[in-house]
Design a binder for this molecule. Structure first.
Ligand SMILES: C[S@@+](CC[C@H](N)C(=O)[O-])C[C@H]1O[C@@H](n2cnc3c(N)ncnc32)[C@H](O)[C@@H]1O
Length: 440
């Protein structure tokens, strides 16, 4: 766990990947993400709304996928890389581009989240089925807590299927996360309280000892049942924004009530809440109202203007007039790495008995996961790790071996002892060291 290197109440107007990469590891308590849903269209705010001029593109294409993302996925998240390779030819051609864009950002979210933190990913059935597996790979299948279905109603003009009226919010957290169930109870109606009170009264007469009855008579119905009901994993009590005063016109703006529920459940006062796709800053407003620290990021310039306006209007009575919102257009610089920190990764050598004399030489952050990803493609699980070396010069070492030995699709042909010796004895040249540094 490290100190957060971004001040409270900061809005970044930048690509969230650069911002996330600049945030220290394990310093965020709660992340809520409401990214584009892969709708293959542009969203524009209505003319005359306070968000007029705001727009964002929800269109993803193969050309937008950076080679560096794929390399990082292959090295750091081999199982996820395998999965994404598998879905390349599945569904719409741009699904792969969307998932690669999401995966590379979700990896950073995972890195910046505290061990005790929680993450809520908002999406809809367009991609929720693909995103669930992506999240399982990054945050761990066992850390999946809920698929929250946010149901709403509204006019519909579809005739050949049921109107689509729900979003999906996936909630993941490590084992020791905090979940404030009492903070999100939904108050019982007076009628429910009275009915429950009557039932409980009869029950206690029938079944309780005299002593228990006497004690119970002193308790209010509210004490017996708590101050309200815990929301189940489908939420139908939060309407979608139509003409409510809070509506700015920002496309896809979410209700503050929705965000308040998530912020209350997933964080405590003074915790740090991060929204990497903050739009018109609904999460930031909710966090401010609930006395949390917050960081918002959005690439859209209009979002950047709206955020301040909205925070000033909505939080006017909450803020101390001296408090400021920091607007930044530059990503932060990590302070948890030290001056001469260099990232280390494994250079590994993997073999398979079906290919004698050939060896896969590659790079991985986690060689065990890498080996496992290979094993999943072999029913007999016969891949073997021959050698691994953790080094800051992983990229140069790999290139050197691929150059030195005959190689095809990153499998090199040669004597295993010689390959290992060359890896162990590899010394970067001065120029390759600087290349290595610029690549990091
Ligand atoms: C669905 S909207 C979020 C709406 C927000 N939850 C609200 O209540 O206003 C998605 C936002 O992600 C932003 N966005 C898209 N790609 C981004 C990126 N790479 N970095 C930062 N923001 C991005 C868009 O500009 C848009 O405002």
């Amino acid at each position: 766990m490290s100190e957060c290197n971004v001040s409270n109440r900061t809005i970044f107007c930048d690509d969230n990947l650069d911002v996330l990469r600049g945030i220290n590891s394990e310093c965020i308590d709660l992340i809520y993400l409401d990214p584009p849903f892969n709708k293959n269209k542009k969203f524009t705010a209505p003319i005359g709304s306070s968000a007029e001029g705001a727009e964002f593109s929800d269109i993803f294409r193969q050309e937008d996928v950076k080679e560096e993302w794929i390399q990082t996925l292959e090295q750091d998240q081999p199982e996820l890389h395998q999965y994404l390779k598998g879905i390349r030819g599945v569904g719409k051609p741009y699904n792969f581009a969307y998932l690669a864009y999401m995966a590379i950002r979700l990896i950073e979210c995972h890195r910046v989240l505290k061990q005790s933190g929680s993450v809520y990913l908002h999406c809809d059935p367009t991609m929720s089925h693909y995103l669930k597996t992506t999240m399982d790979c990054i945050f761990g299948e066992d850390n999946f807590r809920n698929e929250i279905v946010w149901c709403y109603t509204g006019p519909s003009n579809v005739y050949k299927h049921f109107p689509k009226k729900h979003d999906v919010i996936m909630f993941y957290a490590n084992r020791n996360f905090s979940f404030n169930r009492d903070a999100v109870r939904i108050p019982y109606s007076g009628e429910t309280m009275a009915r429950r009170g009557r039932v409980e009264g009869v029950r206690s007469i029938i079944s309780s000892s005299a002593e228990t009855q006497e004690r119970r008579s002193k308790e209010t119905v509210e004490d017996l049942f708590g101050s309200g009901k815990i929301p189940e994993d489908w939420w139908s009590d939060i309407p979608i924004l139509t003409n409510q005063a809070e509506r700015t016109g920002y496309p896809t703006q979410k209700p503050i009530k929705l965000l308040e529920r998530i912020v209350k459940a997933g964080s405590s006062e003074n915790d740090v809440v991060l929204d990497p796709f903050c739009g018109c800053a609904t999460t930031c407003v909710a966090a401010e109202r609930l006395n949390r620290q917050w960081i918002g990021v959005d690439i859209s310039v209009k979002a950047y203007e709206l955020v301040k306006q909205r925070l000033e209007q909505e939080s006017i009575n909450i803020w101390n007039p001296d408090d400021v919102v920091n607007m930044r257009t530059d990503p932060p610089k990590r302070t948890d790495l030290g001056e001469d920190y260099r990232e280390h990764k494994f250079v590994y050598v993997i073999s398979h008995p079906a290919y004698p004399g050939e060896f896969k030489v590659g790079i991985a952050r986690n060689w065990k996961q890498r080996l496992n990803a290979y094993q999943t493609s072999d029913p007999d699980r016969q891949y073997r790790i021959e050698f691994k070396l953790e080094t800051p010069y992983f990229r140069d070492t790999e290139l050197f071996i691929h150059d030195k030995f005959e190689n095809k699709h990153e499998w090199v042909r040669g004597d295993i002892k010689e390959i290992i010796r060359e890896i162990e004895n590899f010394k970067p040249t001065h120029s390759s060291q600087s290349v290595q540094q610029s690549l990091l």
